[in-house]
Design a protein around this ligand. Structure first.
Ligand SMILES: *[C@@H]1O[C@H](CO)[C@@H](O)[C@H](O)[C@H]1NC(C)=O
Length: 401
């Protein structure tokens, strides 16, 4: 019989039925093959169903956006009245005295935040301002030389430079770069009860929380004692009250929360390495620094939801202002100088991470995996079966001899 050409191509050559022999060992191997295939295919299926997060790195192209920084810090030994918080960055932008604006400060007495039971400092002052002002509608308080009030007499009442409240005297002093201390001997402050307020607060702490917007460039957010004054490129703080009590006040603190941008509920996705961090040395003239590297991050879920947030890494450092050798590491020599306070230096990474939720396998990869495991197991099985069959045959021949 002449063979047609294509027959020689048949990879699946068939054996005639009568040549087929069924053996027990063949049956066992088939069973094993089936089980193994089943296990492999099930694995393959679970792999296919698994959702993984694939990170991707791109250059961050959102250049104009601002960055939200959310902060909640408790200072254990410095009263709110003495605490100032400013944000400076390398663009030269300065946000001074944020504690007077958006941020909320809560007095901490004996380690407990007292917001509910005590009047907040600002409210206290407002109430007292009203009292002073209502006594005499044409009152124009002295600024004690901190502002130039000489021309006042020739001006209509609206344009006069006046320091009617303790706060305005304090501001005028800050502007002039004068030490303000606690307002003693300043009429407005004595009347408003500011002196008593400050004196009664010396043993308190302060909890600060709120959100500020910063430019997406390097900069720092710092807490320092006393109101700040910026003239030209110099930024200074009035340390007079801080230094008035040599044995009180320090910047020991606990970071309750620090994050950049929106926070995501998913624990795994949002990293806040500083939450709960406690920095305490008990040293008055001490500088605490955090160096934060912020990386913009986007999460894209399987269902198409997207969140933009920021992750950051933090490095902590503290040193005494007088500098000198580190008590724990004598080979480390600290720089000296600076002002006491807590500084959060931040840097913004130019790269952005995009985390995408995906199935770990595509459908075709799954199909490929299934057929590969079926085929592989069957091939191995038949090789095994043939080997056993051949060995068996040889043994039988030997016996027959
Ligand atoms: C700040 O953190 C403290 C301690 O975790 C918490 O009790 C307080 O409610 C927080 N303040 C705000 C405004 O979230």
């Amino acid at each position: 019989m002449a063979k047609p050409k294509l027959l020689s191509l048949d990879a699946f050559a068939k054996t005639a039925d009568d040549v087929k022999v069924k053996t027990t060992s063949g049956g066992v191997i088939t069973l094993i093959c089936l089980i193994v295939t089943l296990i492999l295919v099930t694995n393959e299926y679970f792999d296919y169903q698994t959702v993984v997060i694939r990170p991707e790195l791109v250059v961050d192209r959102d250049h104009a956006k601002k960055l939200d920084i959310s902060l909640n810090v408790t200072f254990h030994h410095i009263p709110c009245e003495l605490l100032a918080m400013d944000i400076m960055d390398i663009t030269g932008d300065l946000q001074i005295d944020l504690l007077m604006s958006g941020f909320q400060k809560t007095r901490v007495v004996d380690g407990l935040a007292k917001e509910t039971t005590e009047l907040r400092v600002n409210e206290y002052k407002q109430e007292n301002n009203k009292l002073t002002n209502s006594n005499n509608p044409y009152y124009c308080g002295s600024c004690y030389g901190a502002l130039n009030q000489k021309d006042n007499e020739n001006k209509p009442f609206d344009e006069k430079l006046c320091c009617n409240t303790c706060e305005s005297v304090k501001k005028a002093y800050a502007k002039a770069g004068w030490a303000f201390y606690d307002g003693r001997n300043i009429e407005q402050c004595e009347n408003e009860g500011y002196v008593q307020l400050v004196t009664s607060m010396v043993d308190e702490g302060c909890q600060v929380s709120g959100t500020a917007q910063i430019n997406r460039v390097s900069g720092n957010l710092h807490f320092a004692p006393g109101s700040s004054l910026t003239s030209g490129s110099r930024h200074i703080h009035d340390l007079s009250l801080f230094e008035k009590y040599p044995d009180k006040f320090n910047f020991d603190h606990t970071v309750n929360h620090l994050s950049f941008g929106k926070t995501i509920d998913n624990q795994e996705m949002s990293t806040h390495p500083l939450d709960g961090y406690e920095a305490a040395t008990g040293n008055k003239n001490h500088l605490y620094s955090y160096f934060l590297k912020v990386v913009a991050t986007r999460y894209e879920s399987m269902s198409g939801l997207k969140w933009d947030t920021n992750q950051f890494s933090a490095t902590y450092h503290d040193r005494p202002l007088e500098g000198g050798r580190d008590s724990d590491h004598p080979n480390t020599l600290h720089a000296s100088g600076g002002i006491p306070g807590a500084f959060f230096h931040f840097e913004i990474s130019p790269l952005k991470i995009i985390n995408r939720e995906q199935y770990s396998k595509t459908r075709s990869a799954f199909a490929l995996g299934v057929s590969a495991s079926v085929a592989g197991v069957l091939t191995l099985g038949s090789v095994l079966d043939k080997t056993i069959w051949t060995a068996d045959q040889i043994l039988r021949q030997k016996k027959d001899l």
